[in-house]
Design a protein around this ligand. Structure first.
Ligand code: ADP
Ligand code: MG
Length: 536
């Protein structure tokens, strides 16, 4: 089939040497768990200095996660009579907005602690430094276990994810960053925990008081709803052209406290090597000197909002976004999270976003689990992400759905929707047409392969999909369908994968419903026939 959309492909995920020991999803590589890097030691010392009261209670052992807006440490504590307890200490970057911090805490305290939603034990603050102490849940790296999960385990994983989502949605919390690194899974104990409410927002009737404030803050300016036009033609590239945008969770301080200019903050999208999340182009270590110097021009008068424009209609078939488009009034809508997990209504900046956006993200996780590919979508910007969705769900269908939430999308060529079962089976290598993997193509990654290469072997389906023409050379070995596969004989678990029931693909279809109004809810998903013999 001819290429219909030219999509700018990202570089394979790269990890800086300083965070080599952390997986893409923030979990730690097991073999290195006992090895403390000097940088980590330093960070631990600095954390004790910054929040001295921690030293009275905890022994900080290691850094276990480094997200965009925090560092997470493993600590032990002698909290009660009995054995030492393991605690996760989440140190938020000191420039986080106080309301954001308070809202994150309130989500954990009000909705957390049950139904697979992480709870909170304590919170410590000294000056700008806030540390949230949570029960520690040792967890697997999604990428490491993806191809060794039995079909039954996948069912359990999704069921437990929906339990967590049902719980938070009942409280009117939209998580907005549902992805494997925010849903911890301990395979041995069969324990799960949804973490990271740093981007959460409230529904109109949210029970989380502080989210009302977060919501109203971001929506103050969103009433100016322009119709956006997204045109995807050949060679449209947004790289370096899109107007700057600011994540709502971006570190902010009032301009009164820390006057600054726009030039001091540089926002980039999806190039930080961490699952493409939007981040600042600064070291993310909470102690990184530059962190203390991050100021944004955002003040209370001018709330932090996303401002990237999707209006490309006048740039059709050119390499650039034209000046007319750049000067177009930018639409403001809640927009955060990780590009590959964003729902179409998020990508098109629909201002009325609901809990349905979390269900889409759960659908993308399910797609990875069924296809054995992670990350499934790997896009550096919203247009690319939308184009990638179209190659799975169909361009006509996407355009149609977007109309229902007031968005107009133009696409240069039509891309048909794919049959989800066929797609997943082809990628997983369980369909009858795909030649069974031979030792030539399926061998485990060679020992000298870098982590990024290994990651890419299992990575995005769309890098290999015939409809797109990736720029640059692919690292992937390709099968007869032009698809790269990772197959590790030692770990791949075929248990149940030869007879995936239709219910699985029916549920996937309902999760990846392009129309948020008809997309399945968490409560409905738990009652879906796919989970027929499972108890709540
Ligand atoms: P961020 O907002 O920076 O993404 P998260 O809350 O997602 O921070 O935490 C980052 C990582 O730290 C997670 O992906 C996970 O690996 C680890 N982590 C967070 N909370 C816990 C916890 N309670 N137990 C164990 N690990 C955790
Ligand atoms: Mg996170």
């Amino acid at each position: 089939m001819e290429a219909t959309l030219e999509i700018q492909m990202e570089e394979p995920m790269a990890f800086s040497s300083s965070c080599d020991r952390l997986q893409a999803d923030g979990s730690l590589k097991k073999r290195e768990q006992n090895f403390k890097l000097p940088g980590v030691k330093k960070d631990i010392e600095k954390l004790y200095e910054a929040v001295p009261q921690l030293g009275n209670v905890f022994k900080i052992k290691d850094k276990i996660g480094e997200g965009t807006f925090s560092s997470v440490y493993l600590a032990t504590a002698q909290l009660q009579v009995g054995p030492e307890e393991k605690i996760a200490l989440k140190h938020l970057i000191p420039t986080s907005h106080p309301i954001r911090i308070a809202a994150e805490l309130q989500c954990l305290t009000v909705a957390g602690g049950q139904d697979n939603v992480m709870g909170v034990k304590y919170c410590f603050r000294k000056n700008d430094h806030v540390v949230i102490a949570m029960p520690y849940l040792e967890h697997e790296s999604f990428l490491d276990i993806l191809n060794s999960l039995s079909f039954q385990e996948v069912r359990e994983y999704m069921f437990n994810l929906f339990r967590a989502l049902k719980r938070i949605h009942q409280f009117g919390i939209v998580h907005r960053d549902v992805k494997p690194s925010n849903f911890l899974y301990n395979r041995r104990l069969k324990k799960y925990a949804l973490v990271d409410f740093g981007l959460a927002q409230g529904t109109h009737d949210t029970k989380i008081e502080l989210l009302k404030f977060v919501q109203s803050e971001t929506q103050q300016e969103s009433c100016t709803q322009n119709k956006s036009h997204v045109i995807m033609g050949n060679k449209i590239s947004l790289s370096g052209q899109a107007p700057k945008e600011l994540d709502q969770r971006s570190p902010t301080k009032t301009s009164i406290k820390r006057p600054c200019t726009n030039a001091q903050i540089q926002i980039k999208q999806g190039k930080d090597g961490k699952e493409g999340s939007v981040g600042l182009s600064v070291q993310r270590s909470v102690f990184g000197e530059r962190n203390f110097n991050i100021h944004s021009s955002i003040s209370h008068e001018s709330p932090p909002v996303k401002t990237a424009s999707l209006s490309l209609r006048d740039c059709y078939a050119t390499d650039k976004v034209c000046s007319i488009c750049l000067s177009r009034r930018q639409q403001v809508a809640p927009r955060a999270g990780t590009p590959g997990f964003r729902a179409p209504e998020v990508l098109t900046k629909c201002p009325n976003q609901t809990t349905a956006i979390d269900m889409w993200s759960a659908g993308v996780i399910f797609l990875s689990l069924l296809s054995g590919r992670y990350p499934f979508y790997k896009a550096s910007d919203d247009l690319t992400a939308l184009a990638q969705i179209m190659t799975i769900r169909g361009s006509r269908e996407t355009i149609q759905a977007a109309k229902t939430f007031g968005k107009s999308i133009l696409c240069s060529k039509e891309v048909p929707a794919q049959d989800l079962r066929k797609l997943c089976e082809r990628l997983r290598g369980t369909d009858s047409n795909t030649p069974k993997l031979t030792s030539d193509t399926q061998g485990p990654a060679s020992p000298d392969q870098t982590l990024s290469e290994k990651t890419d072997h299992k990575a995005s389906y769309l890098i290999q999909t015939p409809q797109v023409q990736p720029s640059g050379n692919s690292l992937h070995a390709k099968d007869s369908n032009g698809c790269a596969r990772h197959f590790d004989e030692c770990t791949t678990n075929l248990d149940g994968w030869d007879e995936v029931p239709d219910e699985a693909y029916d549920l996937l279809d309902k999760l990846l419903d392009l129309n948020p109004a008809s997309r399945i809810t968490a409560e409905e998903a738990l009652l879906h026939p796919f989970f027929k013999d499972m108890n709540l």
